[in-house]
Structure formats: C-alpha cells, structure tokens
Design a protein around this ligand. Sequence first.
Ligand code: CP
Length: 310
Amino acid sequence: LRHLLTVEGLGRPLIEQILDNAESFAGMNDQGVKKLPLLRGKTVANLFFEASTRTRTTFELAAKRLSADVLSLNMNASATTKGETLLDTLRNLEAMQCDMFVVRHADSGAAHFIARHVAPHISVINAGDGRHAHPTQALLDVFTIRRHKGELSKLRVAIVGDVLHSRVARSQIHALNTLATGEVRVIGPRTLLPAAVEQLGVQVYHSMEQGLKDVDVVIMLRLQKERMQGAFIPSEHEYFLRYGLDAKRLALAHPEAIVMHPGPANRGVEIASEVADGPQSVILQQVTYGLSVRMAVMSMVMGVSPQVRA
Ligand code: CP
C-alpha cells in the first residue's frame, strides 16, 4: 500500500488487514499505550484545502501517536493564496523532506493528481476529495460496525440521505460490499440519490418507513449544500419530516441497531438530538476509532505495521 486514495479496488484481504491493524492500535490504546515509535523520523504534512474538524485532528493526533513530526498547514492562509501553484507548494514541502501528504480538497480527483506528481518516496492519503471518496472515513465506519455488530455478512446496513453529494457514502458502499455485507440499503429522495445507484450493489428505498425495517446499522448523512450548486435544495423542515431520524423511526430498525453519522451532524435536519445522543448512537465512538484506523493506514503506507508488513 503506497497511497490510499480510494476504497474502490482495495481487496478484501487488504481492508481486513487495515482493520486488524487498527484493532491492534485500539487494543494498545485501551491498555494505556499512547505513543509508539513506528514513524519516528518521518514527517507528515496535513494539507487541508477544505474545512474539517474530525479528519484533520485525528490524522494529526494519529501521526503524533506514531512519533512522526507533523505539519498541519492551513491552506487558506498559505502562499497558494498569493498565486503559488499547487505543484510548487508540493515541491517546497518535498524540499522539507516530507514523507507523507494527507490531503483534503473540494475537487474530486485532487488527491490522485497529487499522488501522480509527488516524489517516489512520498505517500498520499486522501482525506476527502469533492464528492468522490473519503476512504479513511469508510474504513473507520466498517471498523465501528465490526466492533459493535460483528460479522458483516449477517447485517443489514442502511445509508440515509444525501448519497448523491456524499464521498463518504460512495466509499462506505465500496467498503461494505467488499466485505460482503449481508445487505446494503440506501434511503433518500430521488433528487439526492445518484442515477442508477442500484448498480453500486445497493437496495434502493425512498421511504424511511420501508427502508429502516429490521436494519442493524443506520448511517445518517448530512445535506451537503456546499456541493449542491444549481441543484434542488430541500427545505430543512420538510427534509426532517420525510427523512429525519427520530426515536419513532429508529424503532422500525432492529432493537439493537446502532446509529452512525460521519459528522458534522445537523441536529433537527437529518437527525434528532434524542437519537444522536441516545443509547443506540455510536457517533462519538466513530471518532475514537478513527484515530486507530488512521494510525493503521499511516503506518501501512510507510511500510510498517503492528502486525504484518503491507
Ligand atoms: N467526517 C468528516 O470528514 O468530518 P470532518 O469534515 O470534520 O473532517
């Protein structure tokens, strides 16, 4: 594993190896082992051209836990705002002997572009590009499902809401299907589902009442208005009435179903506070597991891991 740009095309053994390595890091964390020397001497540059709370900070913390040196650049305050090209910025970071770029960008394909142009010793991790992919989010999500619900082949998973604009949903669908999840459903209005979405290997529902029936995992998505240029944007109130997850709707799912959300969550738009803060919510555990999964990915792209060499 040199770069991690998308989940698409990662085989099941590799995904399972990432999850197993993340499990090792989570276990060490549970035992109070907070710092490991695996990336000592390596330099990680976080290049976030788009807003982030969870991904940026967990990548930074994961790198520090692995003993790497970390540069977290605010790209909106970098010399790119003075006209420096992205490639010139990369060349300068290469001159500082960086080993890894963690990249978030509003344009789909940005991380691939960077991966094609970096020096051969540098690894690139996609931390979210446009509406295309968010591989570490999908990996931490399947890690969360595996930890809470066990074997995925026995599970029904519903992804609810704005799938059309969601890089998270696209990556989740690839990860869930690669791991042979029992059934993957998407629930949403036609205007917020991609054309021919069923070709991604999902069951399609337009009604929460039908789609949530007996599911083991409910993954809620935010309305991604920043990517809806020119598209029909539903009223938040109307949207909540038809597709919001409240306690009454959650009761349609399996009684032990878990509720997930990649964040940031918009309370009262796609999820009610009674559910986001309720006993079935694992939303904050997702954030905690994100640290272990990102430690696994960062160590593997650098050719070291707590178990097997990638
Ligand atoms: N899930 C996620 O990508 O959150 P951030 O935008 O806060 O990183």
